[in-house]
Design a protein around this ligand. Structure first.
Ligand code: SAH
Ligand code: SF4
Length: 374
């Protein structure tokens, strides 16, 4: 019999599991705290649990971390880990320290089926969904490793203060595993993070945005990347299924339950593709007065197979200027961990493509339909 990995349960799941072993709810709470708050994997060390329970757990369960294949530390403090998830697949997590916070960027899938043109994960194709245990294990490992190293902690004693589901994969295409992981991040007996500090980033899986609003509303970032459907269809193929108008309506609905009163739109700046001032004007028309939002412009991080280039800095600033003048809060994302390929879109891990993305993704140049400037 294979042991059950307890990292795969949110608190309610662990309560149900413990009840199956004939144990009361408060025992599950104690166990959950040992695992997540204290980082203990060995049941024998859980001194306030009855010996009989410790024995039962040792026979049936485990707290199993992912095997670390590599760890790279950047000059700017960013750290990237590559974790083995079996069968030749590996995923990455990135720790990004800043003055007032420390963010962990977590992966949700081995590869990604959405296949965005500018994303190296997308170019690799899709292997499989991560389990809840594999998603939670990334935080569990990093939090307790860095505590052990004496990294700065917040008032509540945590090293990691923010989570972004912006690693490999499309989290809303792995919804069933994602939600218990989010609940573990939020639970006061787990990591106790506020909903505002846990962000799900999505390429726009509209029905799942609606479900997340019902099941576990957290901060939402939406990868927009284009001001019109013709261009977005090419950059983010999922747009053909859920076009911009539908996506923005789901964002409006999301805000009714969201912990923040705005949606973050991510916009990856691609030279000569989506970075013209007229396209910024189009974005203003699309968003202003319709969806309370912030714009986060991401300098494209190139990788050889993409055939795309990063927009020059002046062009990014000019684009931002149009948005800011129209009253849209706009930031340009700082590139971190460049020297260890840990920046956005550079997370490639190791993926056994089961979808033949190589063949599916043409190298044809992205065709830009610009409105004639008047
Ligand atoms: N699948 C989700 C989350 C993972 S990607 C999503 O697409 O939102 C996290 C962010 O990195 C997204 O906004 C994505 O568009 C961006 N990104 C992907 N490739 C990139 C690249 N090469 N350079 C810069 N940003 C990139
Ligand atoms: Fe998948 Fe996000 Fe990359 Fe698109 S940008 S391929 S949705 S991981």
């Amino acid at each position: 019999m294979t042991a059950t990995n307890l990292l795969g349960f949110d608190l309610e799941g662990l309560v149900a599991y413990c009840e199956g072993l004939g144990e009361k709810r408060f025992r599950a709470v104690q166990l959950f705290r040992w695992i997540h708050q204290r980082g203990v994997a060995d049941f024998a060390q859980m001194s306030d649990l009855a010996k009989s329970l410790r024995d039962k757990l040792a026979q049936n369960a485990e707290v199993s971390a992912l095997r670390v294949l590599s760890e790279q530390r950047s000059a700017d403090g960013t750290i990237k880990w590559l974790f083995d998830v079996g069968n030749g697949d590996a995923v990455e997590s990135v720790y990004i320290p800043e003055d007032d916070r420390a963010t962990l960027c977590i992966s949700s899938q081995a590869g990604c089926a959405v296949g965005c043109r500018f994303c190296s994960t997308g170019h690799q194709g899709f292997s499989r969904n991560l389990s809840t245990a594999e998603i939670v294990a990334q935080l569990w490992f990093v939090e307790h490793l860095l505590r052990g190293e004496g990294k700065a902690r917040d008032q509540s004693g945590r090293v990691i203060s923010n989570i972004v589901m912006m690693g490999m994969g499309e989290p809303l295409q792995n919804y069933a595993a994602l939600v218990p992981a989010l609940r573990t991040f939020l639970d006061d007996h787990g990591y106790g993070l506020s909903r505002r500090r846990v962000t799900v980033s999505t390429s726009g899986v509209v029905p799942m945005i609606d479900r997340l609003r019902e099941d576990c509303p957290v901060a939402l970032a939406v990868s927009l990347h284009a001001p019109d459907d013709a261009l977005r269809d090419q950059l983010v193929p999922l747009n053909k299924k859920y076009p911009i108008a539908e996506l923005l309506q789901s964002c409006q609905r999301y805000l009714e339950a969201a912990p923040r009163d705005f949606i973050t739109f991510e916009y990856c700046m691609l030279d000569g593709v989506n970075d013209a001032p007229e396209q910024a004007e189009q974005l203003v028309k699309l968003l202003k007065g319709k969806v309370p939002c912030k714009l986060n412009l991401i300098p494209f991080n190139p990788f050889p197979a993409s055939g795309l280039k990063r927009s020059p800095r002046e062009r990014v600033l000019a684009f931002a200027e149009v948005l800011i003048r129209a009253g849209i809060v706009t930031t340009v994302r700082k590139t971190r961990g460049d020297d260890i390929d840990a920046a956005c879109g550079q997370l490639a891990g190791e993926v056994q493509d089961r979808t033949r993305a190589e063949q599916r993704m043409t190298r044809a140049p992205v065709v830009v339909h610009r409105r004639p400037s008047s």
